[in-house]
Design a binder for this molecule. Structure first.
Ligand SMILES: Cc1cc2nc3c(=O)[nH]c(=O)nc-3n(C[C@H](O)[C@H](O)[C@H](O)COP(=O)(O)O)c2cc1C
Length: 197
């Protein structure tokens, strides 16, 4: 994982960050610490914003969920919170970019699933470990529309794939609640796709 620590904001002590990452990495994942650098952070945040705006244009220009779907009212809130994130990403104290060694965008599904599958459990465990210590993160991928530009900014070699970007900071408030989901039963099939008991 590539870690970028930034100034001026409350940061987890370096020992905590390092310990968390040491706990969560293994196999083909990678840890690399970078010195604080405001300009570098601003450039990554600008790429992220460009990616997020592009995603809104191509996929989120209108609410895709029908009336009665519990995801419909959440959609606008999700768009608002996503916009808040891209407007403020440059202020976030730590940006973690998990990476995996290898390039597999042209490989088959098995290789892709295996390599993404080898790092996302670590990413999720890392996010849970942060949470247990009063730090928050969220999973984002929008900067990957411009992965190569980000790689140049961060010095990531060509044979390495970035898989996400986690903004990390101490959170305020404790009023998190789970999003409403469709009942799992409606999305679970038996024996063959589309069949329900
Ligand atoms: C693979 C993946 C990529 C995501 N990328 C972004 C992103 O680039 N920007 C963003 O604002 N939210 C992104 N999200 C959504 C949020 O990180 C988060 O999942 C969302 O706020 C809802 O949280 P929940 O899944 O816990 O309900 C992504 C989610 C996933 C699963």
């Amino acid at each position: 994982m590539l870690v970028k620590a930034l100034k001026r904001f409350p940061l987890a002590p370096r020992s905590t960050q390092g310990g968390l990452l040491d706990d969560r990495t293994g196999g083909p994942t990678h840890v690399h610490y970078r010195r604080r650098d405001r300009q570098q952070r601003d450039r990554i945040a600008a790429l992220y914003r460009k990616g997020a705006e592009h995603l809104v244009e191509i996929a989120y220009s209108s609410n895709p969920y029908p009336d009665g779907d519990p995801r419909r009212p959440q959609f606008d809130r999700m768009i608002d919170s996503g916009a808040h994130l891209y407007r403020h990403l440059h202020e976030v104290p730590v940006l973690v970019v998990p990476c995996v060694e290898g390039r597999f965008e042209t490989a088959g599904v098995c290789v892709q699933a295996s390599l993404y599958g080898s790092i996302f459990p670590a990413v999720w465990s890392f996010m849970l470990a942060l949470r247990a210590r009063g730090l928050g993160a969220c999973l984002t991928t929008d900067h990957l529309f411009f992965e190569r530009e980000a790689a140049e900014i961060l010095g990531v070699p060509e044979h390495v794939t970035q898989v996400a970007l986690l903004p990390v900071a101490y959170f305020t408030g404790e009023d998190f609640k789970p999003a409403k989901r469709l009942p799992a039963r409606e999305r679970t099939y038996w024996k063959r796709w589309g069949e329900r008991p």
